[in-house]
Design a protein around this ligand. Structure first.
Ligand code: NAD
Length: 316
């Protein structure tokens, strides 16, 4: 018998990320109990053997480990503290892992109000987009007690790349690491969109400009790899809604304020993201701020297909 079969994992939040993560838990042999406010989000999982529960309390009561993967801290708070929330179902000594990109306040309140219950709580937000969730290759940043991290490692390894599951320190540090990674990536995106738009408007060929930057000290993973989804496919990654990206940037700026570090650049990037959200809608992809610059120069940033275009031949 697969060792994982003896562990029941409860999962709350079956959206862009949670749907892929639960499919991988199922594949790894874990028994699953799931819920979401959208009943239909569980159809495929239930067909594969997962049990549907009517509330977060029911999920928690039926599981050894409860995982939340929800949009914002407000959603996490309501699922934990709300009527028929996790706290009503979880047993003393139970394990809750919040994998949402969020902040420590909810878990801190749980600990403060439930000291006698010995709950084991980890924050374990992820990077790797919905594709990484589907492929089981997420990077996971875990904050909390090292023994608890080891206890849940097989569950995390079913969803993430074992080499990139990182224990990043005490409770709350996982959230902080994740917010800083997103802040930097969004900053790369805005900076890259700006220089590509300016350079192209100045008359430089897009791919010549990109290859020149890649060969320079100013290169980045973003310009080498991530920007290609737009440049080659016009794909702004709707698997991560810009509304959630704005949420992350807001949390990141709040964190900077709370620790007393000025965040001029982060705040500006947040405003640019909010402009894109206002202009293109909440459900637009996380890379949509590039479109702001494309609209300004009156043309999409697209490169000629690498194997056919004369431009790449020129820089090869
Ligand atoms: P999503 O909006 O696609 O999914 C969230 C799910 O939670 C939805 O299915 C929704 O119905 C459900 N939900 C909301 N309120 C609920 C409640 N009260 N009870 C039960 N279910 C509820 O969001 P997502 O893209 O899957 O993101 C989830 C988290 O992961 C966010 O914190 C996000 O910032 C983070 N994240 C997302 C990505 C990505 O590429 N999408 C990457 C890394 C991290």
């Amino acid at each position: 018998m697969n060792q994982n079969q003896s562990t029941t994992v409860g999962f709350i939040g079956l959206g862009n990320m949670g749907s892929g993560m639960t499919r991988n838990l199922q594949k790894a042999g874990f028994s699953l109990v799931v819920t979401d406010i959208r009943r239909e989000s569980a159809d495929e999982l239930v067909a594969g053997g997962a049990v549907w529960a009517g509330s977060p309390a029911d999920v928690a009561a039926a599981s050894d480990i409860v995982i939340t993967m929800l949009p914002t801290p407000r959603h996490v708070e309501s699922v934990v503290f709300g009527p028929r929330g996790i706290l009503e179902g979880i047993s003393d000594g139970g394990v809750w892992i919040d994998m949402s990109t969020s902040v420590p306040e909810v878990a801190q309140r749980v600990r403060a109000e439930n000291r006698h219950r010995n709950l084991r709580i980890l924050d374990a937000p992820v990077s790797g987009m919905s594709v990484g969730a589907a492929n089981g290759t997420l990077q996971i940043f875990v904050g909390g007690d090292v023994l608890d991290v080891e206890l849940v490692r097989p569950v995390l390894e079913a969803m993430g790349d074992p080499e990139r599951i990182m224990h990043v320190g005490a409770a709350g540090n996982g959230y902080a690491v994740k917010l800083m990674i997103n802040q930097l990536w969004f900053s790369h995106l805005v900076a890259t969109a700006e220089v590509l738009a300016i350079g192209v408007k100045a008359g430089v060929d897009l791919e010549v400009l990109r290859q020149s930057i890649i060969a320079s000290p100013a290169t980045s993973n973003f310009i080498e790899n991530d920007v290609l989804s737009i440049l080659d496919h016009g794909d702004y990654d709707e698997g991560f809604a810009i509304a959630l990206a704005c949420k992350d940037l807001g949390l990141s700026v709040d964190l900077a304020r709370s620790v007393g570090v000025p965040s001029e650049l982060s705040s500006l990037v947040e405003q640019i993201y909010r402009r894109a959200k206002a202009q293109y809608g909440d459900l637009a992809g996380e890379m949509t701020p590039v479109k702001l610059y494309e609209d300004l120069i009156g043309a999409p940033l697209r490169r000629v297909a690498p194997d056919t275009g004369p431009i790449l031949t020129a820089v090869a």
